[in-house]
Design a binder for this molecule. Sequence first.
Ligand code: SAM
Length: 201
Amino acid sequence: MGSNPALPFSQASENNKLPILETVKPYLSTVNSVLEIGSGTAQHGEYFAESFPRLIWQCTDIPAHLDITQQRISASSLVNLPPAKPLNVDDSDWNCGRYDCVFSANSLHIMSAASVENFFRGLNQSLKKSAWLILYGPFKYSGAFTTESNARFDVWLKQQNPASGVRDFEWVCELAEANGLSFQIDNPMPANNQLLVFCYA
Ligand SMILES: C[S@@+](CC[C@H](N)C(=O)[O-])C[C@H]1O[C@@H](n2cnc3c(N)ncnc32)[C@H](O)[C@@H]1O
């Protein structure tokens, strides 16, 4: 896959896409459809759609960011990477259909806490029975950051938006359980991130 310098680009996505691919392989190898929430530059969508040609990867983002997400999708010729759909987790009707997996990277710490609750509340509209939920990003444990750099990242996030912040693993698990998802595994990832997997009962 050639990189096009004219397209929206995130160095973090470029760095984490291979470690994420290696970790999600057991889950994505067996599914046909993925809904991605908060796709951003669509680098994950492009990479995973190319890596798993038999699954449809549906990118989404909030309407105000959809053009950013769509640019890379339009430039790609991947038939399993359809046009991005607008999705704000705060909307009561997601209107995106049902999928075998929902994937979201680095979005929960950008959203407000209320939006994180809406994210989990809305998932039952989009998950098929036994679907996976895969979340990638930094988390706190028992209220503590895993590293100094994640603590500094949290300060930086709150300077950009006081409603943002690194979320508590335990709180995320509580929200998941309350919305019909059972926790499967917490994979430690490079750069002080985690990849959490849940299953929708
Ligand atoms: C830090 S970016 C991560 C982008 C991409 N997933 C990645 O890992 O590079 C956070 C994304 O969450 C999206 N987002 C923020 N609030 C949202 C909401 N309420 N509903 C859906 N997406 C949201 C942003 O528009 C943005 O694309």
